[in-house]
Design a binder for this molecule. Structure first.
Ligand SMILES: Cc1cc2nc3c(=O)[nH]c(=O)nc-3n(C[C@H](O)[C@H](O)[C@H](O)COP(=O)(O)OP(=O)(O)OC[C@H]3O[C@@H](n4cnc5c(N)ncnc54)[C@H](O)[C@@H]3O)c2cc1C
Length: 484
């Protein structure tokens, strides 16, 4: 029996019902002989979800992974106090599949509600100068109109657009009637009356997708706001943000542990060839695998480097080659003192310089204790530090931090550092749909070709991030079961 849903999310219940129906219709011969071999490429959440569903259906599954760990873009820094995340950071109770995986595989969740109020405590640094929360509403650099003038720049987009979001369902970002919104966010915001200063302050100094509002599709941003709204509605009366005990990486680890065939590590895939008798997969070390079906869970960034034979149809190949990936670099800093108290400031910050944001992690039993500081470099800032070697990049960030906050001088030690662009098995972070790409690519990017199937967060329909990955793995497993 597949374990795929909790009764939290109506859409997930529907998805779960479909999954169970598909399992029931799995050809008796296949189930009886347990013969169908499926090879899953990649041990991130999407690949593991697909593998476990197939295993539960009685199918023999093998998972191979290029790196030496499971989790992919879920990466907990266990060498840093409190296990802060360099990847998938938090989730909500409405992540039905992820919650179900935690429940099924014995992963405890931690309720972040007690520290939620601290999360938005970030002093603003513009042009190198600190602007305290109380000063912002009247500050000459504040471009926002009333009644939202008091809102911090990083909260403004959600506050201003969220309540007027034209997308009313989680999959509406893919609906043909919304295709006109597949335009640059910058241009759309101007149609809503925004000026350049507002766009810069609310988006470009801390871009969630792309390097600026010019290179992200409005539909993508509205889809993300809609998903966040759904999560808030589903969480009513429950804690909004959760993490896994031991770090979120404990979730894929527990999922992998439940596989009968252990994940094979160090298998960097370089070629996939589909033939009449199955699909052959070749690795960089010359190793070969053959399977009746292959599910490839790689992000588009690494998938585009793989030789696929026969070649994918041009529209699909173009989609895989051209969809964007967010540039993100994370550094985890342990402060030697509570230097912010000397400044009369908060430990967290947002800036329009090299450091987009700093989140004060409070991952001990006492929310007053700051266990580490997570430095986020996004978009062009992440690319800029990627040009330097590791030590030089860290020195540049520390210098910038200390320039903005002199009390931090000598107080910062970087314990962990992860550039997603430099990670050869990610080559970037979450998918970014540039203007026009949702209309052009969403229908083809994850389409199965014969016995070759695709999953991964970039192929999700109704969910995003970690739950999007899980949704896509479920869909790929169902494709295999239905085509068997
Ligand atoms: C900084 C950051 C913050 C995030 N915050 C959140 C959040 O708060 N909430 C949320 O829901 N989501 C968040 N996400 C997104 C979420 O983590 C991802 O969407 C999700 O984990 C993607 O899973 P996936 O299975 O699609 O891909 P991946 O996790 O990337 O899995 C793909 C796997 O394939 C392997 N692989 C790739 N290429 C090859 C190859 N050639 N050969 C062999 N193996 C290969 C990789 O090593 C990897 O294990 C965040 C991500 C990051 C990086």
């Amino acid at each position: 029996m597949a374990r795929i849903t909790l009764s939290i999310n109506r859409r997930s219940v529907l998805a779960g019902g479909t999954a169970l129906a598909a399992l029931a219709t799995l050809p008796r011969m296949l189930r009886g002989q347990n013969r169908s071999q499926v090879l899953v490429l990649g041990a991130g959440l999407s690949g593991l979800q697909a593998a476990l569903l197939l295993q539960d259906a009685g199918v023999e599954v093998k998972v191979i992974e290029g790196s030496q760990r499971v989790g992919g873009r879920v990466l907990s820094q266990r060498e840093v106090p409190g296990n802060p995340e360099s990847g998938g950071t938090s989730f909500s109770p409405g992540y039905a599949r992820l919650m179900s995986a935690c429940a099924s595989h014995g992963v405890e969740t931690i309720d972040l509600t007690p520290i939620a109020p601290y999360f938005m405590q970030r002093d603003l640094y513009l042009g190198g100068k600190r602007i305290g929360g109380a000063e912002w509403a009247l500050h000459p650099l504040n471009p926002f109109p009333e009644p939202l003038k008091k809102i911090a720049p990083f909260q403004y987009l959600g506050a201003a657009i969220g309540p007027r979001n034209p997308l009313t369902t989680d999959d509406a970002w893919l609906a043909a009637e919304n295709a006109a919104l597949d335009m640059p966010l910058d241009a759309w915001l101007k149609k809503q009356g925004w000026n350049d200063a507002m766009i810069r302050m609310a988006y470009d100094i801390d871009p969630g997708w792309g390097d600026s509002a010019q290179d992200v599709s409005t539909l993508m941003m509205l889809g993300a706001l809609r998903f966040a709204q759904t999560q808030r509605e589903l969480a009513r009366g429950k804690p909004m943000f959760l993490t896994a005990k031991g770090g979120n990486q404990a979730i894929p680890e527990a999922m992998a542990h439940a596989l009968k065939n252990p994940v094979e590590f160090g298998r960097k895939v370089v070629a996939i060839e589909a033939g009449k008798s199955g699909v052959e997969v070749r690795c960089a070390d010359g190793r070969k695998y053959v399977a009746d079906h292959v599910i490839c869970s790689f992000p588009a960034t690494t998938l585009r480097k793989i030789k696929i034979t026969p070649a994918l149809p041009p529209a699909q190949a173009k989609a895989i080659n051209e969809i964007g990936a967010q540039h993100i670099t994370m550094m985890h800093v342990v402060p030697r003192s509570r230097f912010w108290e000397a400044e009369g400031a908060t430990p967290g910050m947002a800036s329009d310089g090299l450091i987009n944001m700093v989140i004060a992690e409070r991952k001990s039993t006492d929310p007053e204790v700051v266990t580490s500081l997570t430095v986020w470099l996004k978009g062009r800032n992440a690319l800029q530090t990627d040009k330097l070697d590791r030590k030089a990049a860290e020195a540049t960030v520390i210098t910038e931090f200390e320039k903005l906050r002199p009390a931090a001088r000598g107080q910062l030690e970087i314990i962990a550092h992860h550039s997603w662009q430099r990670d050869e098995f990610a080559l970037g972070d979450w998918a970014v749909w540039h203007p026009g790409q949702i209309t052009a690519f969403s229908g083809v990017i994850g389409k199965a070709r014969g016995q070759l199937h695709f999953c991964g967060e970039h192929t999700a329909v109704s969910n995003r991030g970690m739950e999007g990955a899980m949704e896509s793995g479920e869909r790929a497993a169902l494709e295999v079961l239905q085509s068997a």
